[in-house]
Design a protein around this ligand. Structure first.
Ligand code: DGL
Length: 294
């Protein structure tokens, strides 16, 4: 025998509240602005989803910091995103993916929460791009030192040789919107020369830092046509769509009302101004304190 609730609206309200509790925005985290290049592509592919972007601008750059520091900072931001209702968080930052993701996944995840990075999705289809099987990685000092790209690529494709080069001046160039002037050309050309000198057979280069796609036209000017340059935004976005198809239980926990909120750990006005460079449109942001109290 079925028991009907006396007030039918009660049942509806309870179900709606339950769903509201269960679903949340997808959290997109980066040390600052760079993750917006990845977020832009994710949002293009998943326009109906809800998102919260959090940039830890007060503590950027992560690329020069120790493992422990990047882990602590990333963990604080990820937990803030959980607190804001996110059930799934994407580390749209290579340095955080390289230095913090594994620890967070192994030791810190509360039940029902997921954190994904950008390195695995970027590397898992690399074999399809390279004919010579010589791949170049351009990244921050931290990402290069972690060897994460080398490890991930070798795990799936042991026949691929990986050559890495750190470009510590590229993030400051982009942060200062120096993306096409003389300084950009000089610095980019020099770093590309150092990378390509490691192997004349490199035919594919991964831009393994969220800021680097902003320098793409300068990069392409200083490389021969036969070298393919991969920006990770589109790749990560496609892989996320695929991930959500393969994990309907996680997809069911993602809100789909098309909303977006932006948070920064630093000055809001500066964040809003610079966001246009990375995201392609102006936005409204809010300040957030991610540090643990007490
Ligand atoms: N977002 C970082 C990355 O992709 C670059 C900026 C930083 O060093 O914090 O590695």
């Amino acid at each position: 025998m079925q028991v009907q609730p006396k007030d039918p609206s009660l049942k509806t309200a309870t179900k709606t509240d339950y769903l509201r509790q269960m679903t949340g925005p997808i959290g997109i985290f980066d040390s600052g602005y760079g993750g917006l290049t990845v977020f832009k592509e994710i949002q293009k592919n998943l326009p109906e989803y809800d998102f919260i972007y959090l940039g830890d601008n007060a503590r950027v750059p992560y690329g020069i910091r120790s493992f422990q520091t990047v882990y602590e900072f990333t963990k604080e931001c990820v937990f803030k995103l959980f607190e804001l209702g996110c059930n799934l968080v994407i580390l749209a930052c290579n340095t955080a993916s390289a230095k913090a993701l594994r620890n967070i996944q192994s030791f810190d995840l509360p039940a029902g929460k997921r954190v994904l990075g950008v390195i695995r999705p970027t590397t898992e289809s690399i074999d399809a791009y390279t004919k010579t099987k010589h791949v170049g990685i351009l990244a921050t000092e931290g990402t290069v030192a972690s060897n994460s790209y080398q490890i991930e690529i070798t795990k799936f494709f042991p026949h691929i040789s990986v050559f890495q080069h750190a470009c510590p001046l590229w993030v400051p160039l982009v942060e200062n919107n120096e993306i096409s002037g003389k300084a950009a050309h000089y610095i980019v050309e020099k770093d590309l020369r150092l990378l390509t000198a490691m192997s004349a057979k490199i035919d594919t280069i991964i831009l393994a830092c969220t800021h680097y796609p902003l320098l793409l036209s300068v990069i392409q000017k200083h490389l021969p046509d036969h070298i393919t340059v991969l920006s990770q935004g589109e790749i990560v976005a496609e892989k996320l769509v695929d991930y959500l198809h393969r994990h309907p239980e996680i997809d069911a926990k993602c809100g789909k009302n098309g909303t977006t909120a932006f948070y920064t750990t630093d000055e809001v006005g500066a964040f809003e101004n610079k966001t246009a460079i990375f995201y392609g449109k102006t936005i409204q942001a809010a300040y957030i304190d991610v540090r643990k109290k007490g």
